[in-house]
Each structure stands twice: as structure tokens, then as C-alpha cells.
Ligand binder design. Structure first.
Ligand code: G3P
Length: 219
């Protein structure tokens, strides 16, 4: 399973990319607002940090405007990184039209705010490169988010659909394990959850005891 980082915090992206574990980045307007950076500042730096798909969201509601916005984002991206741009488009009928047009031009798209298998199927049919089902928000709403991933994976496998499934809105490390067990293509994970994935109390205890014993070894 590929691991994307779900943040627009450039320092976090830089640090976690240095671990050699990141395959891409997803951002959204909320994450950009939290980062305190402008959209352009993020675009200027983010592509240098991770060599993989970088999802950047459009805010327009009409297909033509989404397409225009997508092209503006691409034009502001240095030529050598344009292959890594994935335009994040909300799951609406207008969004589907934009996905179809952009995919015809070979532009990667990530259809976001997916909350049902039918939405994922429609996005895939329109030519989406990625779909992003939001499992944490479903859990928050009293629905089993991972069940949606299971349904989408079954449907995509039945028909050899090439659209990749990004498990999004991940809240804790167990979500990542479950996503991997279901064979999801990608999990996009907030930095704090990635840090939690490194941890185990027995690892810390083991290091402490090895250090203690090393001090007793004749030098
Ligand atoms: O990738 C989508 C994600 O950023 C949404 O997460 O925690 O706002 O539901 P959350």
C-alpha cells in the first residue's frame, strides 16, 4: 500500500519524507488554512519534497470553472513537476464533467468527499485517477467507514477498474492497518498518525534495556 501524507504543513512533509516512506501528498482547503501558508507558497515548495502525486483542490462549483482552476494550478507548477499534479475535485455532477474533460487531457484527478460506493463507481467511470472515500467522517457519523472501503475494493476488483482508492480522513493507526488488509491502493495519513505508527512501548523498553546492558559490556 502506498502511503501519502495528508497535510499542507511543509515542515512536516519535509521531515516525514526524510524517513523514506512517502509516496505522495494530499491537501485540502482546511489543511492549507491550518498551514498558515498561501496556496502559491505551498505549490512552490511541495513538489521538491515528495516525488509522487500531490493533490491540490479546486474550489469552483461549475465544471468549466473547475477546469480553468485546474489549468491555472498546473501552469503555476514548474514544468518538471506537472506530471505529479493531481487535481482534487469534489464529487458532484459538475465535478464528474470536469474529471472527464481533465482525464481526456491526461491530467490526474482525485475525486474527493466520497461517502458511498456509487459515488466511487461514478468517479471511476468519469476517468478519475484516484477516489478519496472519507472514512473518519463516516465513523463520526455513526457509520462503519471501513465497510465503504471493502465495498469499493470489491467493486473495483470485479471490473479491474484502474482508479486507485485513497483511504482518506484517517484518524488513528488501526485505520491504516485495516486499509492495508483490505488491499486499498493508498492511505493518506495525517503526520501525527504516521508518528504514532512508529511507536510501540516494547521498542522503547528494548532500546532502554540494550543501552543499560551495553554500559556493562567490557570496552
Ligand atoms: O484527505 C481528506 C482528509 O483531509 C479529511 O480528513 O480529518 O478532515 O475528515 P478529516
Amino acid at each position: 500500500m502506498k502511503l501519502f501524507i495528508d497535510t499542507a504543513d511543509l515542515n512536516e512533509i519535509k521531515e516525514l519524507a526524510s524517513w523514506g516512506i512517502l509516496d505522495g501528498v494530499t491537501t485540502n482547503p482546511t489543511l492549507l488554512a491550518k498551514s498558515g501558508r498561501s496556496f502559491q507558497e505551498v505549490i512552490d515548495e511541495i513538489f521538491d519534497l515528495v516525488d509522487g502525486p500531490i493533490s491540490l483542490e479546486v474550489l469552483s462549483e461549475k465544471a468549466d470553472d473547475m477546469i480553468k482552476e485546474a489549468k491555472q494550478i498546473i501552469s503555476k507548477t514548474p514544468q518538471k513537476y506537472r506530471k505529479n499534479v493531481a487535481i482534487k475535485i469534489p464529487m458532484t455532477p459538475e465535478g464528474l464533467k470536469a474529471v472527464k474533460a481533465l482525464s481526456k487531457e491526461g491530467i490526474k484527478t482525485n475525486v474527493t468527499l466520497i461517502f458511498s460506493a456509487n459515488q466511487a463507481l461514478l468517479a471511476a467511470k468519469a476517468g478519475a485517477t484516484f477516489v478519496s472515500p472519507f472514512i473518519g467522517r463516516l465513523d463520526d457519523n455513526g457509520q462503519e467507514g471501513m465497510q465503504l472501503i471493502e465495498e469499493i475494493m470489491d467493486i473495483f476488483c470485479n471490473y479491474d477498474i484502474e482508479t486507485e482508492v485513497i483511504v482518506a480522513s484517517i484518524r488513528h493507526p488501526i485505520h491504516v492497518i485495516e486499509a492495508a488488509r483490505l488491499g486499498a491502493d493508498i492511505a493518506t495519513v495525517p503526520p501525527d498518525v504516521i508518528r504514532k505508527m512508529t511507536k510501540h512501548p516494547l521498542t522503547d523498553a528494548g532500546i532502554q534495556s540494550f543501552l543499560k546492558d551495553w554500559a556493562k559490556v567490557k570496552k
